[in-house]
Design a protein around this ligand. Structure first.
Ligand code: ZN
Length: 243
């Protein structure tokens, strides 16, 4: 599943279609495709893992779920979910969720809650975390209402980076660790963005999918943790359990 930084990469990659009109629409999505025909794209936005194609009176929300993908000026052999054709190229989406949004985006999206957004607000994140003291930090990082855009890779790497055990609860984190959690959720997301652009993301993983702790040189643990039950890679020796 693409995490926030990957959606930012997509947003940057499609900028050439901004201002263009949709010449043709295809795909097996059940939404009313005719609405888009002839319409001008006024912007592309992202919020967490959502990719938003903005038209003057509505927007299209793309969520890649587990297996979604896209191609720019290329086609895959699998059935296309939504294909937008322009004078100068085309944009194809596969195996994703497609929805029409008629409400104004500002009324729907908490932009300061997106770790990649310019308006990201760490104080707001802290307030939300403090209201959920019993939440495990592995679940907190994946909570899209707190850290929109953070996915499983970012979660594992952030917790390793700040020496915090994934089973620690938010309420038991010392202030310093709580602040680091919030700071690194954004910092690591931008590192992820740069590494992904240079095709070196995996090379920089320290914990995610790894078998040995690079700090302690002992085996890492792999467990499915929290209410989200997602794969966690962590070191029992150098990541402190606060509970
Ligand atoms: Zn270790």
């Amino acid at each position: 599943m693409p995490e926030g930084p990957s959606i930012v990469i997509l947003k940057e990659a499609v900028q050439m279609f901004k201002g263009q009109r949709v010449a043709a629409v295809r795909g097996n999505t059940k939404i009313d495709k005719d609405r888009m025909k002839g319409q001008q794209i006024i912007d592309f936005k992202s919020w967490g893992k959502h990719f938003l194609i903005c038209f003057p009176k509505f927007a299209i929300r793309i969520h890649f779920m587990l297996f979604g993908s896209y191609r720019i000026n290329e086609e895959k052999e699998t059935p296309v979910r939504l294909s937008l054709e322009f004078k100068t190229g085309k944009l194809n989406f596969y195996a994703c969720s497609v929805q029409v949004i008629d409400e104004p985006l500002d009324s729907l999206y908490d932009w300061p809650g997106d770790v990649m957004n310019d308006s990201w607000d760490p104080k707001k994140a802290k307030k939300k975390l403090k209201a959920l003291p019993d939440l495990m930090v592995c679940d907190a990082l994946l909570d899209q209402h707190i850290f929109a855009g953070v996915g499983n890779i970012i979660k594992n790497e952030v917790l390793f980076r700040i020496y915090v055990h994934p089973k620690s609860t938010v309420g038991n984190l010392p202030v310093k660790q709580l602040n680091m959690l919030i700071k690194e959720a954004r910092n690591y997301s931008f590192d992820f963005l740069q590494w992904k652009k240079q095709y070196v993301l995996k090379k920089h993983w320290l914990a995610h999918t790894k078998r040995t702790c690079p700090r302690c040189k002992i085996p890492l643990n792999k467990e499915y943790l929290g209410k989200t039950n997602r794969r966690s890679f962590f070191c029992n020796n150098c990541q402190v359990l606060y509970q």
